[in-house]
Design a protein around this ligand. Sequence first.
Ligand code: NDP
Length: 452
Amino acid sequence: MSLKNSYLQKVYEDVAQRNSNESEFLQAVEEVLESLELVVDKRPDLVKAGVIDRLVEPERLISFRVPWVDDQNCPKVNRGYRVQFNSAIGPYKGGLRFHPSVNASILKFLGFEQTFKNSLTGLAIGGAKGGADFDPKGKSDAEVMRFCQSFMTELYRHIDSDTDVPAGDIGVGAREIGYLFGQYKRIANQFSSVLTGKGISYGGSLARTEATGYGLCYFTQEMLEHEGKTFAGKRVVISGSGNVAIYAAEKAAALGATVIALSDSKGFIHDPKGVNLALIKVIKLENRGRISEYVKTEKHAEYHENAASGGHGIWKIKCDIALPCATQNEIDEDDARALIESGCIAVAEGANMPSMPGAITRFLKAGVLFGPAKAANAGGVATSAIEMSQNAMRLSWTFEEVDAKLKGIMVNIFQSAQRASADYGVPGNLVAGANIAGFLKVADAMLAYGIV
Ligand code: NDP
């Protein structure tokens, strides 16, 4: 543990003792507490009211059985969760993840991070996350539908447009949100903004699909411009080829960069001429296929299977900008060293917690511009909140209107994080700046409520 302040050390030790098997959650808590070392001496009122002690404990963790029947008529059981982490500044808000790796630790880390991210957007939304250890890969549409209906049959009693508004995440895209919303509407007898990421024909917002990836590039652009640089002419490596990665690639290319690599959980492609995104969309979004198929059409490109240790090979490709958009802990210290040695000038996180703590330290020491997930990927949830506003007003804004609001929010997030980093004596350290700016709003609200 690297914490120096004795009060924060005690907070961390208590969290570690209560959640001893939850490495991802502990990693996320430690990173935030490190930033709060800069705050606690200036804010003894928060310490006295136990705000941080309360903030590291989720308000509610719901775990439930999800029984369903496969196409062979065989009963199956998965475990569903919703972690309602913090509602100090608004209804709980955060995605649902369907992936075999899902467990309480991963969802608690994501819900904790989401609390600060949502605060940073400047909108009135609390933090949550949920999901199930269900793998949609290889399942038929009918199986996915039956799973989603069973999942929502339990979840619906815990959510509401003023209580908790889930969205998508890994493994939960437009298809899953459609099945989930259909079941909610049927059993709650309500057409409300209880889920975001909905289809356009039933209350979804234009630009929500693109928002996290586009927002990531707006944030990165702001970070670059602050140093007198731009995307134009830069080589960009992006991990993943899901919702976030694909739209980050689209926007980076629109801003004049060349995206030279993308990946999935099996391997990565390297196309020095610039990735053919239309082909990637067909392979990954339409056909739910493997990225390896890319080289069957684009024969000059290379495909590399991942080593057993994971998807790290992609970070050995020489690039100017790296945008990790797949999953947590996908950049370790060796990857960070390789990126720095190859001359990479900026890393911005589209995925949640993709960089391991040692990697972040290396980037900051080497002067690489570093946009942490809480700030850089907040465009998705911000646009979800914009979807909630449109639903509440029963109207819909155009793509351009939503995109302009998204861009404004990402610029504000960069400025808030930048300002907080300067105010607390670590100018340019956006990790600390984002944690502090996100924390202060939530903490002040918690202080106002007394001990609840
Ligand atoms: P998708 O399911 O659409 O895509 C995930 C991509 O990452 C896929 O290409 C997948 O490969 C790859 N991937 C998943 N797990 C692993 C793994 N363990 N190792 C290597 N590759 C992996 O998810 P999203 O794009 O929505 O989410 C990606 C990240 O962005 C997550 O960290 C998520 O929490 C974060 N995020 C998402 C937001 C959103 O609006 N969707 C908002 C903010 C953050 P394969 O195709 O083989 O499964």
